[in-house]
Every structure is written in C-alpha cells, then in structure tokens.
Design a protein around this ligand. Structure first.
Ligand SMILES: *[C@@H]1O[C@H](CO)[C@@H](O)[C@H](O)[C@H]1NC(C)=O
Ligand SMILES: *[C@@H]1O[C@H](CO)[C@@H](O)[C@H](O)[C@H]1NC(C)=O
Ligand SMILES: *[C@@H]1O[C@H](CO)[C@@H](O)[C@H](O)[C@H]1NC(C)=O
Ligand SMILES: *[C@@H]1O[C@H](CO)[C@@H](O)[C@H](O)[C@H]1NC(C)=O
Ligand SMILES: *[C@@H]1O[C@H](CO)[C@@H](O)[C@H](O)[C@H]1NC(C)=O
Ligand SMILES: [Zn+2]
Length: 433
C-alpha cells in the first residue's frame, strides 16, 4: 500500500512537473511565436518609412551606376535590395543622392545630378518601386503595394551655393536636403572636422544659409540636420518655419559621437515638432565597432524618455555606414528591432508612430508651411561672391570683343613692351659708355 501510495504520489508529482514543463514550454512558444507573428502583423499594418539609405552611392562605387549590369531584386556586396526591403517591411525609403565632399567647388552639381538619375532610373525601371514627391503619394503608394522612393540630397555642397540649383533639384523630385555632409559649406557648418574648409568663427549659419532654409521652407523641402554642427542645428531650429529632421543620427547622451544629437537639441527639436530618425551604425550606437539590438533599443528608450515616441523614427544608414549591430545587418532585419521594442513595452501606437506616422506628420506639416508661403516669390538672394571665390566659379560677363588678328595676341602686350623698353634702355646705357 505504502509503496503503491508512494508510487502514486511519485507518479502524480512527476505528472505535475511534466505538466508544468509542458505548460511552461508552450507558454514560452506562445510568447515568442506570438511576438514574432505580432511584429509581422504590426509591420504589415504600419510598414516602415526609413530616413536614410546609401544604396545609390554603392551603385556608383561598385557598378559605375550601370543598372543594366545588376538585378536589384538581389544585389551582392550591399545591404539593400528589393527582396530584403520587402522582407524588412520597408515601404518607403529615403535614398540619399550623396557625392563626396572632395567634389565641393568642382563637379558636385553634375555628380549629384547623376545620382538623382540613378535613383530615378531604379525607381521607375522596377515595378516594385515608385518615386513619391508628396505625403499624399507616399500614403497612396502603400495602397498600391509599392516601395516608395524619396530622394534626399546629402550635403549642401551639392547645390554649389545656388538657390536656383536647389529649386531645380526640387523639380527633379528631391524632397529633403542635409545642409552639410562632413565638410562645411560656405554657409553652414559640419559636425565633422575632416575637411578644413570654410572655417568661420561664431557664424554657423550665415545670412545665405538662412536664405537656403527659407527657400526650402517655401518649396516644401525637408531640412535635414544630420551631419551639421550643433551650432548650425541650433540656428536652423530657431530659424525654420517648418519641422526639421535628423534623418540618421542617434542620442549623444547614450553614445557621445559628434554625429549624435545632445539633449538640449532634442528639446529644441520637440518644440520644432521635428523628428530624429535613429542611425543604426554600430559606432554611433555603442561608440565602438561592436553593438547589438539592446544597444540600439537603449537609444530609442532614451529619446522616448526625453522627448516622447512621437519625435522618433528610424534612419538605418545601410550602405552608407560600414558596421552594423549583430542581428541588424541589412534592411531585412528591421522586424528584430521592433520585436525588441515590443519586449521593452513600447505600445503598438508608439511603434506605429516610429515606423511611419511621425514622418508622415512632419512631411505634411512641411507641405502645409509651403502652402502658407505660396504667395512668396522664388528667392533671388545670392551668396556674396567673395564668400565663394574659387577657380571653377565663373562670374558671367559679356566676353570682350577681340580681333582675331595676330595683333590680338598682344594680350600680354603691355608687359612685353615694358620689357622691351627696359632692354633698350640698358643697351643704350652700354652704348653711351
Ligand atoms: C541571390 O543571388 C545569390 C547568388 O548571386 C544566390 O546565392 C541567392 O540565393 C540569391 N538570393 C535570392 C533571395 O534570390
Ligand atoms: C505586395 O507585394 C508583395 C511583394 O511583391 C507580394 O508578396 C504581396 O503579395 C503583394 N500584396 C498584394 C496585396 O498585392
Ligand atoms: C556670436 O554672435 C552672436 C550674435 O551675432 C553674439 O550674440 C554672441 O555674443 C557671439 N558669441 C561669441 C562667442 O562671439
Ligand atoms: C566620450 O565618453 C568617453 C567615456 O564615456 C570619454 O572617454 C570620451 O572622452 C568622451 N568623448 C567626448 C568627445 O566627449
Ligand atoms: C548586448 O551586449 C551587451 C554587452 O555589450 C550584453 O550585456 C547584452 O546582453 C547584449 N544583448 C543582446 C540582446 O545580445
Ligand atoms: Zn550620412
């Protein structure tokens, strides 16, 4: 009896613990399975609008912009292609048209046009993509099941200090511009000291710089402060009539890299109703070459604590930066980040904002400011020529009419004649002696 009872007790406790194991196991399965399904469901309803991607730069570097040589559904050696964008629920991508700072004062405008061309080609030659130039088109592209391409100039050097050039970029579909890349322009200051050009003291946004911001407000082009110095960002936040974005920057309090945004600018950004789209580059996330998804989520948690989830977005910087956190190696991996934020108790509503609603709101408000300014004429402000003197910048003048005769070669005439006079004078001195 006793032994039977013992056996019964033993077997029932074994059964109990087995049940516990089974219940626990299925619960665990339920939790992780539920969240993974939950993430995909959430991201299908609120697919991502990502703030920054440098695929176009890689197309130039790796393929000399020859799209015919590749299939954009599956591109090797890059982090972005159509298959992975779709797997990552990326519904809209701001594609940077970036040309290196070395092109400043040289052929930056031509190179930028070529980058705009390659983005326009890829987004029209592939049915999966479409170019969008308004918040309305952006919203409707989702209904059409397309990946929307937004074109973004990365670095004010691309306009060569010319508001007409800025306006023509707008005509080609550009809807945002970062005021600087890693170099100062004659009118705005970079966060980087990599290039020693246009150093100014206490003038981080010049008179012409303010005219650029005004004209972007008038056109409805989003001002992007990623890469600008804090002084420039501060001045723009005070000056801009429309909300601005940091398209690919993270929190300076979490990782003190100069590309990141300090709290006092975050507070100012909130007042401006703007948006910071967190950059995933490991060096901006953990201040080292190694990072993981927790480090990234720390930036989101911190920025939410400081200015709220309605001011945060995502700007991956894939194919621009080189090192990415473990688990976030390419554009297909965004769901892993959303899953981590769900586990950190971000609500669906907050994540819907982060994924797309915040950007749509900013874009709409920028368009609203444009509508309010529609009676303003295109700005005729020109940068003072002494602020941009360089050998490639011609001051257009009517060419002097010259005779095409041998005597017209006497351009250097006066000098030559003076030399001749001196030689004759010296000779005559000798002759006299
Ligand atoms: C992409 O192409 C590579 C070979 O270049 C192939 O191994 C891989 O399976 C392809 N991936 C997809 C998703 O088609
Ligand atoms: C949307 O496009 C994706 C990728 O091409 C495809 O898998 C999906 O079935 C499409 N959905 C609809 C509703 O057409
Ligand atoms: C910088 O300029 C502003 C306005 O022009 C002035 O108020 C401020 O005192 C200047 N700061 C320095 C350090 O010169
Ligand atoms: C960033 O922080 C690290 C340690 O937290 C410190 O060693 C470094 O000097 C800081 N860098 C800057 C630019 O403040
Ligand atoms: C990320 O790395 C840190 C150490 O740097 C570690 O403490 C943490 O557990 C890691 N998180 C994940 C999700 O791997
Ligand atoms: Zn960048």
């Amino acid at each position: 009896m006793l032994s039977k009872k013992t056996v019964t007790v033993a077997s029932s406790s074994l059964w109990k613990s087995l049940r516990h194991v089974v219940v626990l196991y299925s619960l665990c399965g339920l939790i992780s399975g539920y969240s993974e399904r939950h993430v995909h469901d959430l991201m299908s309803r609120y697919p991502l609008i990502d703030g920054h991607n440098d695929l176009a730069l890689q197309l130039r570097i790796l393929h000399n912009n020859q799209l015919s040589q590749i299939d954009l559904h599956n591109v090797s050696k890059v982090a972005t292609d159509i298959t992975r964008l779709q797997a990552g629920h990326v519904q809209a991508q701001m594609f940077a048209v970036y040309v290196l700072c070395g092109a400043q004062e040289k052929d930056a405008v031509r190179l930028t046009l070529e980058q705009i061309d390659v983005v326009r080609r890829m987004c029209t030659e592939y049915q999966d993509f479409e170019i969008v130039t308004s918040s309305k088109e952006l919203r409707s592209s989702e209904i059409r099941n397309k990946t929307a391409c937004l074109i973004s100039v990365e670095g004010g050097h691309s306009i060569d200090s010319s508001l007409p050039a800025l306006r023509m970029f707008y005509q080609l579909g550009v809807r945002s511009m970062a005021l600087t890349h890693n170099c100062n322009t004659p009118w705005a200051e970079s966060s980087s000291k990599l290039y020693n050009v246009y150093q100014r003291h206490n003038n981080s946004l010049t008179h012409f710089g303010k005219a650029v911001v005004d004209e972007m407000n008038r056109l409805g082009m989003i001002v992007d402060l990623s890469h600008t110095s804090w002084g420039t960002a501060w001045a723009v936040l005070k000056h801009s009539k429309a909300p601005v974005i940091f398209s690919h920057s993270s929190s300076y309090s979490v990782c003190n890299n100069s590309r990141n945004v300090p709290d006092r600018l975050l507070h100012e950004l909130k007042k401006n109703r703007g948006l910071i789209m967190v950059n995933l580059h490991s060096n901006f996330i953990s201040c080292s070459n190694e990072a993981n998804i927790s480090h990234v989520a720390d930036h989101f948690d911190y920025i939410k604590k400081i200015i709220g989830a309605e001011s945060v977005g995502i700007g991956g910087d894939f194919d621009g930066a080189v090192r990415f956190p473990q688990g976030l190696e390419d554009v297909s991996k965004y769901p892993a980040l959303i899953q981590e934020l769900l586990q950190r108790n971000w609500t669906e509503n907050e994540l819907a904002n982060v994924l797309r609603r915040n950007f749509l709101r900013v874009f709409k408000e920028v368009e609203k400011v444009r509508d309010q300014l529609k009676l303003n004429k295109p700005s005729e402000v020109q940068i003072p020529h002494w602020e941009v003197q360089n050998p490639c910048r011609l001051v257009l003048k009517r060419p002097e009419l010259r005779q095409q005769s041998p005597s017209s070669r006497a351009q250097h005439g006066p000098k030559g004649q003076l030399g001749l006079v001196i030689v004759l004078l010296i000779l005559s001195l000798f002759i006299i002696q």
